[in-house]
Write a protein that binds this ligand. Structure first.
Ligand code: NAD
Length: 415
């Protein structure tokens, strides 16, 4: 697998969008740098009585369109550049779906798998003590990301409320519903992606009941499998994978049974009647829709030429390298880029903020309808830009996002 500095890739994409939009030098300069970065160290009491020091980050990449929004990762390989890139992509993601938020991201360099629940709670609370002056419902609203979850958000919200001495549920999103979370968040990312696939099938005349494959059968992948049948009225799931391997069933899996098997055994492997295939073979199958829902750089110049899917819906962040994008585009593969395809999660997080502000909560049907409307509009806006600017869909999505953020910066008189 090729290795990339994600932030260099992110900046390159901004420069290309800025060139197409004829942005002036100052605006471009403003957009290729994070507006605010915080690096700090935290001291956390561990179960053995000793104190351990952790490095933490919070980056508010751009807040011209609204408060910064983005997750907090707990990961041993976290670097400031990965957080910068992710904060940067959040800026264009919120702009593409046209919600009044900026982009942000945070992280802690740690190995959560080796920590107890109490140590994770101590670390979560210490993180909030470090960033409390910088975050808030009108400044910066974190959410979960890799190895953080609704429980982490509940601890963090509780610590924040203790510090500011008031009820502020909207300071974090993706909380459990009992403490201000919203209906419809659990499957929002996958639902958003499947909505864009439904629109792409309509537009391109692709059979929505055709074959599909999913790389990465985790949260996003499992929910995409179930929702694909529900929202497209059918479809045959013929291959899935997880970190342990890939399996193939030409007559189609029963998605519900496969999800049950994964929950019971921890892997897709060993599902009755399925054949084992290589990881790369899954990506190269003859399917109508391919969902990469696992890792960065899964589609690279070494395998892009072999992709046969008509539509690639990027539920994962950054699954396609820049060289692979050009190959897919030249081969007529319709890519729904990550900043559009995986924007359902942040869209419903925004709905959660709105509900927390009003202390008035919507039912699941209302959340689904509003998400559908946002993602459908965003998909068609990006597709119009593909035609208008004659660029591939990732660049078109960047052009839509960057143009909206640049306009807000200008209106504010920053440039
Ligand atoms: P997850 O950890 O629940 O699932 C990831 C899955 O990928 C796991 O099943 C894992 O076994 C599998 N995997 C790991 N290495 C693999 C490999 N080499 N080949 C095939 N499968 C492999 O994570 P998730 O929440 O489902 O997120 C998946 C992707 O979607 C990530 O890139 C994430 O950033 C992105 N995303 C998720 C959300 C969300 O709301 N969950 C929102 C936006 C973007």
């Amino acid at each position: 697998m090729e290795s990339y500095n994600s932030f260099n890739v992110a900046r390159q994409q901004i420069l290309e969008a800025a060139r197409i939009l004829n942005l002036d030098e100052a605006t471009t300069q403003l957009l290729v740098e994070p507006q605010r970065e915080y690096n700090f160290s935290m001291h956390v009491k561990m179960d053995n009585g000793k104190t351990k020091i952790f490095k933490g980050y919070r980056i508010q990449y751009n807040y011209a369109r609204g408060p910064a929004k983005g997750g907090i990762r707990f990961h041993p390989d976290e670097t400031v550049d990965t957080i910068r890139a992710l904060a940067c992509w959040m800026t264009w993601k919120t702009a593409v779906v046209d919600i009044p938020l900026g982009g942000g991201k945070g992280g802690v360099c740690c190995d959560p798998k080796s920590m107890s629940l109490r140590e994770l709670e101590n670390l979560s609370r210490e993180y909030i003590r470090a960033v409390a002056p910088l975050i808030g419902v009108d400044k910066d609203i974190p959410a979960p990301d890799v190895y953080t979850n609704p429980q982490t958000m509940a601890w963090m919200m509780d610590e924040y409320e203790t510090i500011v001495n008031s009820h502020q549920p909207g300071v974090m999103t993706d909380k459990p519903t009992q403490v201000g979370g919203t209906e419809g968040r659990r499957d929002a990312t996958a639902r958003g992606g499947v909505i864009t696939v439904r629109e792409a099938c309509r537009l391109l005349g692709v059979n929505p009941k055709g074959k599909f494959a999913i790389q990465g059968f985790g949260n996003a992948g499992q929910r995409a499998a179930l929702l694909h049948h529900e929202l497209l009225g059918g479809g045959k799931l013929i291959a899935v994978s997880d970190s342990r391997g890939a399996i193939f069933k030409p007559d189609g899996f029963d998605s519900k049974e496969l999800v049950m098997h994964k929950l019971k055994t921890g892997s897709v492997m060993g599902f009755t009647g399925a054949k084992e295939i290589k990881h790369d073979e899954l990506l190269e199958l003859d399917v109508d829709v391919l969902y990469p829902a696992a890792l960065e750089n899964a589609i690279s110049k070494s395998n892009a030429g072999n992709i046969k899917a008509r539509i690639v819906c990027e539920l994962a962040n950054g699954p396609t390298t820049p060289e692979a994008d050009l190959i897919l585009s030249a081969n007529g593969v319709h890519v729904i880029p990550d900043i559009l395809a995986s924007a359902g999660g942040v869209t419903v997080s925004y709905f959660e903020m709105v509900q927390d502000k009003y202390s008035f909560f919507w039912d699941e049907k209302t959340v689904h309808e509003r998400l559908d409307s946002k993602l459908t509009n965003a998909y068609h806006r990006v597709h119009e830009t593909v035609k208008e600017k004659k660029v591939h869909p990732r660049l078109a999505a960047m052009v839509v996002g960057v143009a909206r953020v640049a306009e807000a910066c200008k209106l504010r008189g920053w440039v």
